[in-house]
Write a protein that binds this ligand. Structure first.
Ligand code: SF4
Length: 898
């Protein structure tokens, strides 16, 4: 790109070639009105509102599609332009219902703004008017064709950004409308209800139904915060009125999402004001919960913890912190467990999702986090997605993958047993038998090596241990890998060549890789692939684990793990322990504590007597729920702190009401290590309190003096002081945008890409990992493989998402995906009620016969309490990361008896 000079409204401005007049004018603060323009979309030039005068041009030119040139002379505000714009808007208004008194878009309607700007107080044009019925066929979006200005923004955003092709133009001339299949079955519609169409509609033609008649925009209190669902960490603007969150939008210029959201972020906010929210502390008396004062409940908890500590020792108490809570909540929770109780028995659900990432990447690179950034995906020329159903589990991040493929021509390799959406658009899709990932990636690397596609300079300069890996790889011939994994040899070679020849290849993975008894090996095999091809430390490359929940990265960073203090500082390191002992004014335990699964086992053996759970729901999220229930029931004392009466809270002795993300201040850290602000928008219901406040009050009742804070900001300051990678993080610096760790001091700009010059451990280390079969293999009693996962319209254990109207209309029941071949074999038809049985239990669900799964494998989501998949799953652990094998177990399926 070259720099040029042009003149706009008699002002000389510098610009880069390749930019439009509109872009340059906006960058210079020069206003040009628009209607069909949205920076997320390709320039369109349909509405003619942005016409400008360009010296020498035969006619007026649209600023949004005209590129700047050297010496160009532009005028944006002449009388002629004013007249044209006025005429355009008058013509639109001549067939537009002037229902501003009741229109949901009043106050944020471009047509209204333009009419005002252009002083249109009467419409000179009269003619035929449309009279369409308002469409109201789905729970989230209402469409009024009468208000449509045919700018095409909904059609384009659905096609260009989302790739759903739900909207199109139909008919011609005066009869032209945007058409959609909203009237089709909600379950079968291709619409993903992301609401991007609503977000881009400049008028009131497409509006969100949930906020209808709840408040005018100017009546609302607006708060910019961070999404409470997945780890992408989209920025949200909450609209609140009378203490209720009544709507959500996203700002075009903010965050990784830049105006985009998925159905959960945009429409999944009603849980905040759901009447089922816990509002007062509850104590179980004679098997029934009764309401209690904070004083009574906290005194009981403090007394019980103290008694158990006295009688059985501090390690008889354990705590589960929360990937849903803020960094400040998590920091205090682990501080409470360590400094007040005196145990390292603290863990959280990262153990169930990315423990193997933390272990594996720390071994290979020295840091267990996503190496690159979300924005950076667009720089890749090849993307390998494995074990991640990205469009459903991390929908907004998936838009970046789609953009790289569609707009920049990146090649896509998908390695996944199911034909997920990304597999359908992939250049190569490898459908491996679940649990055979190591063989597949060893096989790919073997081909890359054989064909001379490794980066020898990178291997020599930046890594160690390659010769041992090389020796081991030679046995992973494509033919052997085919026998193990079912991936045809020629497909494996094709994928290997694509990856090996790429200039910049990015690896994106998630729980399909990590939730195995070989999870750490799977991660190490991906790290080997990236390092051997030199795809680390530069834009468009990296090993990029996608974190499941909003703050699972932050909860790990904050030391809600049994072996590390905040910032992954080992509890077994004397010097580091002394640092925390001094700051926290308490003697700290030196031995690593128990992990999630070990805590449940210890509870069953009565080695753990009391458990404090903050914002986790192991009764749905953990493997082998029957075993979990037995463990929880064996406890002397169970405290659950949550926002709803979860399946786990039902078993508690005391339930403490916490608050949602909308009712507290703090920070979340997203999957790309970006720390972002969470801001209080409304007051909590009843007597519910922020989690950090509850922890502080409990600590003080247990006689601990060093946990007094007036705000979450004060906790964040303590975190920065004790956590080197968060050293430069402050609320002041996070005011507008987030910062990516490591950010060691106030002057540091944050780190978008890790390991650019050297790995965090010095040299990157190759580990020769051999293929090991899953802990449980199929046999004649359990002949199929069960794999579990997530759905777009659900989230985790459903605690929040299932308390939103509309969600259960679209995703009402747990469905078991089964291949037609297996369905025929077991005489199962689509929609049949089926029984699934494993060595741990049995459940019933509905069958969905589909080619999405390969034969021999069945898939089911784990979100539904009515059909809890984790009754079936295997708690066998990865020996290093202690993550359970949620992704593979042997199962039997049969038609349920009536
Ligand atoms: Fe929220 Fe994730 Fe959806 Fe973004 S992609 S809106 S963070 S659930």
């Amino acid at each position: 790109m070259n720099e040029i000079t042009l003149t706009i409204n008699n002002r000389k401005v510098k610009a880069e070639t390749g930019k439009t007049i509109l872009e340059i004018a906006r960058a210079e603060g020069i206003y040009i009105p628009t209607l069909c323009h949205d920076p997320r979309l390709k320039p369109y030039g349909a509405c003619r509102v942005c016409l400008v005068e360009v010296e020498g041009a035969k006619s007026f030119l649209p600023a949004c599609t005209t590129l700047v040139t050297e010496g160009m002379v532009v005028k944006t505000d002449t009388v002629s332009l004013y007249k044209i714009r006025r005429t355009v808007i008058e013509l639109l208004l001549s067939d537009h219902p002037l229902e501003c008194l009741t229109c949901e878009s009043v106050g944020r309607c471009r047509l209204q703004d333009l009419a005002y700007e252009l002083n249109i107080d009467e419409i000179r044009y009269r003619g035929e008017k449309h009279s369409y019925t308002v469409e109201d066929f789905n729970p989230f979006i209402e469409r009024d064709h009468n208000k449509c200005v045919l700018c095409g923004r909904c059609v384009r955003i659905c096609t260009e950004v989302q790739g759903c092709y739900v909207f199109e133009f139909a008919n011609r001339g005066f009869e032209t409308v945007t058409s959609t299949p909203f009237d089709r079955s909600l379950v079968e519609t291709p619409c993903v209800f992301c609401g991007q169409c609503v977000s881009t509609c400049p008028v009131g033609a497409l509006t969100g139904k949930l906020r209808k008649y709840k408040g005018r925009i100017w009546e609302t209190l607006q708060t910019v915060t961070t999404c409470p669902y997945c780890g992408v960490g989209c920025r949200l603007r909450l609209y609140a009125k009378n203490g209720e969150v009544i709507g959500v939008s996203a700002d075009l210029e903010l965050g990784v999402n830049k105006g985009n959201l998925c159905v959960k972020g945009r429409f999944g906010y009603e849980f905040i004001n759901n009447p089922d929210r816990l509002k007062v502390p509850l104590i179980k008396k004679e098997g029934e919960f009764v309401e209690a004062s904070w004083d009574e409940a906290l005194s009981l908890v403090a007394g019980k913890f103290s008694d158990i500590k006295m009688k059985y020792g501090a390690d008889a108490i354990a705590g589960l912190s929360s990937a849903k809570c803020t960094n400040e909540d998590n920091y205090l929770f682990q501080k409470f467990m360590r400094a007040v109780i005196g145990t390292n028995n603290v863990d959280h659900c990262a153990r169930l999702c990315h423990a193997s990432t933390v272990t594996g990447l720390a071994m290979a690179f020295g840091s267990g986090a996503m190496t690159n950034s979300i924005d950076d995906i667009a720089e890749a020329d090849t993307i390998l997605v494995t074990g991640s159903n990205t469009t459903e589990a991390h929908p907004v991040l998936a838009l970046e993958i789609k953009k790289a493929v569609w707009d920049k021509g990146a090649k896509l390799i998908v390695v996944d047993p199911r034909k997920i959406e990304l597999a359908q658009m992939a250049d190569v899709w490898l459908s491996q038998k679940p649990g055979t990932d190591v063989a597949v990636f060893n096989g790919m690397l073997n081909v890359i090596l054989e064909e001379g596609l490794v980066d020898t300079e990178f291997i020599r300069e930046r890594t160690e241990g390659f010769s041992k890996l090389k020796e081991m790889l030679s046995s992973y011939t494509p033919e052997k890998v085919e026998k193990i994994s079912g991936v045809p040899a020629e497909k494996l070679i094709e994928a290997a060549r694509l990856f090996g020849r790429a200039e910049r290849a990015s690896i994106i993975y998630s729980m399909g890789i990590t939730q195995h008894s070989t999870g750490t090996d799977n991660v190490l095999s991906l790290a080997n692939l990236a390092m051997a091809t030199g795809n680390i430390g530069k834009p468009g490359t990296g090993v990029n684990p996608l974190r499941g929940q909003n703050n699972v990265q932050g909860a790990c960073d904050m030391g809600a793990l049994p072996n590390v203090f905040p910032g992954y500082q080992s509890v077994e390191n004397e010097e580091l322990r002394a640092k925390f002992e001094e700051h926290w004014d308490s003697a700290l335990p030196a031995r690593s504590g128990l992990t999630v699964i070990e805590i449940m086992d210890a509870a069953l053996k009565q080695e753990v007597r009391a458990l404090y759970i903050m914002g986790e729901n192991p009764m749905l999220s953990d493997p082998d729920i029957t075993h979990v229930k037995k463990g929880l029931e064996k406890l002397d004392f169970l405290v659950v702190q949550d926002i709803f009466m979860t399946e786990t809270a039902e078993l508690a002795d005391v339930v403490l009401p916490g608050v949602t993300f909308a009712e507290k201040d703090g920070t979340f850290t997203n999957t790309e290590r970006r720390i972002q602000r969470v801001r209080k928008a409304i007051e909590p219901p009843g007597e519910a309190k922020p989690d950090w406040q509850i922890i502080c009050e409990l600590a003080s009742r247990m006689g601990y003096k060093n946990m007094n804070y007036n705000s979450s900001r004060e906790i964040a300051e303590e975190i920065a002081g004790l956590t080197p990678s968060y050293g430069g993080i402050s609320y002041l610096r996070l005011e507008k945008e987030g910062l990516q760790w490591p950010c060691p001091d106030d002057a540091h700009p944050g780190t978008p890409i890790l390991h650019t010059q050297a790995f965090a451990r010095g040299k990157g280390k190759f580990y020769p990992v051999e293929y090991r079969s899953p802990a449980e293999e199929t046999d004649k009693d359990y002949p199929l493989i069960l794999t579990t996962g997530r759905l777009l319209f659900q989230f985790h254990t459903g605690t929040m998402i299932r308390r939103n109207r509309g969600i259960d209309e679209i995703s009402p029941i747990a469905q078991v995906e089964i291949n037609p071949k297996d369905a025929k074999k077991y005489k199962i038809e689509n929609g049949d009620k089926v029984t699934l049985a494993t060595r741990r239990g049995r459940i019933e669900a509905n069958a969905r016969v589909t080619e999405r799964v390969r034969d021999g494998v069945i898939f089911m989501p784990f979100h539904f309490r009515e059909a809890p998949a984790n009754v079936l799953t295997n708690p066998a652990l990865d020996p290093m990361a202690k993550i359970p094998e949620l992704k593979v177990c042997a199962v039997r399926i049969e038609k349920a008896k009536k």
